[in-house]
Design a protein around this ligand. Structure first.
Ligand code: OGA
Ligand code: FE2
Length: 456
């Protein structure tokens, strides 16, 4: 662990004291590899500069040695020396032209190539924001994975604000209001309600603790009893013609909410294609600001993402069809395929994929209702960290290349299932690629009819 941390610090120390605008390097490993190449080019150019400077000094040295000898002989017997007409001529020539040439050589600037290279490359350097982002990522990693704090002084980098706190408050207040509505007839005083709000405010901490524990692989609520209810099977998509002869491997990851994992469900070639399509378009992932309803960046979601349409590549289209076949849900109303790449400390703190009642406008412009379900492909293995965890129920799902997980965010009634609250743990070592499909309500009316019960 200590070794990895030192590596991070060394790498960040090298890369970050420069400036470049609008890239958010720290959010994605994909773009940081470009920086390593840039730095390698600069080292080559720096070495060229050193060579040029050395050969210049070498020339000057030769001059000095030659002149040293000459002046030695001349000063020993100046008259005898000048008695030779060629010597007299050479003295004139040296002082009139050659010393001038030497002066020019001494003044010659050998750094041009290196400096102009530097000027060009500097445009692509990270800026202060990237440096701060990377430092915060280190702190996140230390916090989440209980890393030894000695190596890094926390005091200089305080980060007290939590952008999501407000959003969470709204959620808790909504729950409170709902409870209050239900208890209207009871004699609950205003004072009591206020006290409870205070308690709920603090409830955020336990969730954070739960989240961090699950990320470390602790606090998993996988009991033998639960384990017994989880099975694996070959699944043919409910006798889907495309899967009857070649069913796919499906494993239960959790019972409530039901989370299933499909194995060998996306090939390495498909993953490469999806990554290559996404790479040039990766940009900092955004979230819905509950205040303004607009998309914005937030430190609790640190990754880069891109959207791929089924129209632009047969591979994407084939993937969409696969999701439709295996979930039984209509993908024509789904959002496009989102590809995400998590870099140093990249994460997505606990959230719901569906819109809550207090944010009815979240998916309004799509006109396809709420996010009924989530399909998440793991497109890389992650050396350490990077799990998808469900703090409400104590479940964690570890990334495994070529697999995908699926869960419903809404009950058949259309009510949100709050047990699906989940997070993407910070990547500790390695690089995490996922892609996901958010399926929407419209089009599923007959595929997943509603029931009489609200919360089932
Ligand atoms: C998401 C999400 C989980 C992960 O993008 O909404 O929850 O493991 N991702 O990347
Ligand atoms: Fe999510």
């Amino acid at each position: 662990m200590a070794f990895n941390k030192i590596c991070y610090i060394v790498a960040l120390g090298f890369l970050l004291p420069f400036s470049y605008a609008h890239t958010d390097f720290f959010t994605s490993i994909g773009h940081m590899t470009d920086l390593i190449n840039t730095e390698k080019d600069l080292v080559v150019s720096l070495k060229d500069y050193i060579k040029a400077e050395e050969s210049k000094l070498e020339q000057i040295k030769k001059w000095a040695e030659k002149l040293d000898q000459l002046t030695d002989t001349a000063t020993k017997d100046p008259e005898g020396f000048l008695g030779h007409p060629v010597n007299a001529f050479k003295l004139m020539k040296r002082l009139n032209t050659e010393w001038g040439e030497l002066e020019n050589l001494v003044l010659k600037d050998m750094s041009d190539g290196f400096i102009s290279n530097m000027t060009i490359q500097r445009q692509f350097f990270p800026n202060d924001e990237d440096q701060t982002g990377a430092a915060k990522a280190l702190l996140r990693l230390q916090d989440t994975y209980n890393l030894d704090t000695d190596t890094l002084s926390r005091g200089n980098l305080p980060d007290p604000e939590h952008q999501r706190a407000n959003g969470n408050m709204k959620y808790f207040e909504y729950i409170m209001a709902k409870e209050k509505e239900a208890n209207k007839s009871s004699t609950e005083s205003e004072d009591q309600a206020e006290k409870e709000t205070e308690v709920k405010k603090k409830d955020y901490l336990p969730e954070r603790r739960k989240y961090e524990m699950l990320c470390r692989g602790e606090g998993l609520k996988m009991t033998p009893r639960r384990q017994k209810r989880l099975f694996c099977r070959y699944y043919d998509g409910n006798r889907n013609p495309r899967y009857i002869l070649g069913p796919v491997k499906q494993e239960d990851e959790w019972d409530k909410p039901r989370i299933v994992r499909f194995l060998d469900i996306i090939s390495d070639e498909e993953i490469e294609t999806v990554k290559e399509l996404a790479k040039p378009r990766l940009s900092r992932a955004t979230v819905h600001d509950p205040e303004t309803g607009k998309l914005t960046t937030a430190h609790y979601r640190v990754s880069k993402s891109a959207w791929l349409s089924g129209y632009e590549s047969p591979v994407v289209s084939r993937i969409n069809t696969r999701i439709q076949d295996l979930t039984g849900l209509d993908v024509s109303t789904a959002e496009e395929l989102q590809v995400a790449n998590y870099g140093v400390g990249g994460q997505y703190e606990p959230h719901f994929d569906f819109a809550r009642k207090d944010e009815p406008d979240a998916f309004k412009e799509l006109g396809t209702g709420n996010r009924i379900a989530t399909w998440l492909f793991y497109m890389s293995d992650v050396s350490a960290g990077g799990a998808t965890v469900f703090p409400e129920v104590g479940a964690s799902v570890w990334p495994k290349k070529g697999t995908a997980v699926f869960w419903y965010n809404l009950f058949p009634s259309g009510e949100g299932d709050y047990s699906t609250r989940h997070a993407a743990c910070p990547v500790l070592v390695g690089n995490k690629w996922v892609s996901n499909k958010w399926l929407h309500e419209r089009g599923q009316e007959f595929r997943r009819p509603c029931t009489l019960s609200e919360l089932e």
